[in-house]
Design a protein around this ligand. Structure first.
Ligand code: K1U
Ligand code: ZN
Length: 170
């Protein structure tokens, strides 16, 4: 198993669109194991392959209290979103230290393949629904801060540039 480096916003590779997995084989199962280890170590409740610079449709999620309920989503697709919306304060392992409210569908239905390549369906609400939508956005090259106002995005980019300059001086 391996801890994978996580790309940090505004790395342009976070905006690549992931392609479907052609075959669920040992390479993908190893990627899933490494992504899960990386997510648990971060720690986080989700991770998309895009964030570890692999541009294939693979996501891992674990929103359980004890961190013992890993959900593997290969080639996930949202098949239904509720009209009801939920506002949730989101974070992102690719944008450390930034948490802000995002409005998304309160419930979703998703279909995906598991590590054995078998298709399954899932209905989700609450944090799981939020996390599924956040991770599937990553696969489309979208980072949650893009839902924030232009002013907040500009301030965030300036802050990151200043942090990078300060790190060079230190
Ligand atoms: O995609 C990611 O970067 C993972 C992200 C998932 C997420 C969290 C909250 C709302 C939407 C999506 C994170 O895991 S951020 C870290 C986090 O939420 C957390 C960290 C430690 C314990 C519990 C949660
Ligand atoms: Zn994220």
């Amino acid at each position: 198993m391996a801890l994978l480096p996580i790309l940090k916003y505004p790395d342009p590779r976070l905006h690549k669109v992931a392609v479907p997995v052609a075959q669920v084989d040992d390479r993908i199962r190893q990627l899933v194991r490494d992504m899960a280890e990386t997510m648990y170590a971060a720690p986080g409740v989700g991770l998309a392959a895009t964030q570890v610079d692999v541009h294939e449709r693979v996501v891992v999620i674990d929103v359980s209290e004890d961190g013992d309920d890993l959900l593997v989503l290969i080639n996930p697709e949202i098949t239904w979103k509720s009209d009801e919306l939920i506002v949730f304060e989101e974070g992102c392992l690719s944008v450390p230290g930034v948490y802000d409210d995002v409005e998304r569908a309160a419930e979703v239905k998703v279909t995906a393949l598991n590590e054995q390549g078998q298709r399954y369906e899932l209905e989700a609400d609450g944090l799981l629904a939020v996390c599924i939508q956040h991770e599937l956005d990553h696969l489309l090259g979208k980072v949650f801060v893009e839902y924030l106002s232009q002013l907040k995005q500009t301030r965030l980019k300036s802050r990151i540039k200043k942090q990078e300059r300060d790190a060079l001086k230190a």
